[in-house]
Design a protein around this ligand. Structure first.
Ligand code: HEC
Ligand SMILES: [Cu+2]
Length: 332
């Protein structure tokens, strides 16, 4: 009885893994790249399934037919059967051709080549966040990559420190981000949506916290987003908490590490010019709300182990932190 219960509990635990949603599944492709790799996967899966079935069937036949039986002589082994030997050499070779040709074709198709009118984005991996630069739009953002529906996006990927890997499973990847080297990936998103991804190459303490989002906007939605991003940050209204926050920002260590257009030039951390327009902070770890901003500003490493945004010394007062939060949220 206890054993059955143990089995049931184990089965329940295993089955619980089958419940959705699956935000990072490669099996729900939303771009040509992802559809290509998904089709290849399905293709090879069926070849493997066929091989499995044939091999297991033959094994079962051998086990049942040739098993030892009381009073029966041992079955006679076969030696040097030319036809059989040709058969089991050729069959795997043919199957491997059917696996290799689509594989090589998919490798070339996903090599990162893109038409001239592709939207180009430079992706720079940092410990532990993502920088996205749109060279043609002169636009810089972090952790949330906006792209338009139906247009090819070409990412040129590199790293500022160690090796990372860009991976947005429904759209594309993985592609290594290697310091001093450029890798490419191109895909054409085919559904509007907010897709999650993450760094796929172990890169230190907060590797597992190095997430990203790709937001596929409608064409007009992307245009609106880009227009807002291109405008400088709105100056906070006089007398507001946000205006106080800007003053605190301008006299704190923040300016050494963060760029806010027209306010500070730092390049160690994410560009904060439009941080208020992002839905998350700290590479997708926390919602971008006042409570999380306050905790992050006071002591980032306590929320994200190893974070290179060190704890502020001397500590900021609660009033200063609240003002900073209001200011950052106003940077839409
Ligand atoms: C030593 C450099 C450094 C200083 C000083 C610093 N930051 Fe940061 N900041 C970073 C880094 C690096 C990150 C990215 C951390 C991560 O996500 O792992 C970051 C991330 C952030 C984020 C999240 C941005 C996003 O898009 O995810 C905010 C908000 C932020 N910092 C605000 C501030 C404020 C306000 C100050 C001043 C009180 C400040 N930072 C001081 C380096 C710094
Ligand atoms: Cu990484």
């Amino acid at each position: 009885m206890p054993r059955i219960r143990l089995w049931l509990a184990t089965a329940a635990l295993a089955i619980s893994g089958c419940g959705g949603p699956f935000p990072q599944s490669t099996l729900h492709p939303r771009s040509d790249f992802a559809r290509g790799t998904d089709a290849l996967f399905t293709d090879i899966f069926w070849w493997a399934a066929a091989v499995f079935v044939v091999v297991e069937l033959m094994l079962l036949v051998a086990i049942v037919r040739f098993r030892h039986r009381e009073g029966r002589a041992a079955p006679r082994p076969t030696h040097g059967h030319t036809l059989m030997e040709i058969g089991w050499t050729l069959a795997p070779a043919v199957i491997l051709v059917f696996v290799a040709v689509p594989t090589v074709r998919t490798i070339f198709a996903t090599a990162g080549e893109a038409p001239a009118d592709a939207l180009k984005v430079d992706v720079i991996g940092h410990q532990w966040w993502w920088e996205f630069r749109y060279p043609e739009l002169a636009l810089v953002t972090a952790n949330e990559l906006h792209v338009p529906l139906g247009r090819v996006v070409q990412l040129s990927i590199t790293s500022a420190d160690v090796i990372h890997s860009f991976w947005a499973p429904p759209l594309g990847g993985k592609r290594d981000a290697i310091p001093g080297h450029m890798t490419r990936i191109a895909f054409r998103p085919d559904s509007v949506g907010d897709y999650s991804g993450q760094c796929a190459e172990f890169c230190g303490a907060s590797h597992a916290n190095m997430r990203l989002r790709v937001i596929v906007d409608s064409d007009s939605g992307f245009g609106r987003w880009a227009t807002v991003q291109l405008a400088g940050p709105a100056a906070p209204a006089p007398g507001t908490l946000a205006e106080r926050g800007r003053a605190v920002f301008a006299r704190s260590a923040c300016i050494g590490c963060h760029t806010i257009q027209g306010v500070s030039p730092g390049v160690i951390g994410p560009n904060l010019t439009h941080v208020g327009s992002r839905t998350t902070i700290a590479s997708g770890l926390f919602p971008n709300d006042s409570a999380h901003l306050a905790r992050w500003i006071a002591d980032a490493p306590s929320l994200k182990p190893g974070s290179l945004m060190t704890r502020m010394q001397p500590p900021l007062t609660d009033a200063d932190i609240a003002a900073l939060g209001a200011y950052l949220q106003s940077l839409k």
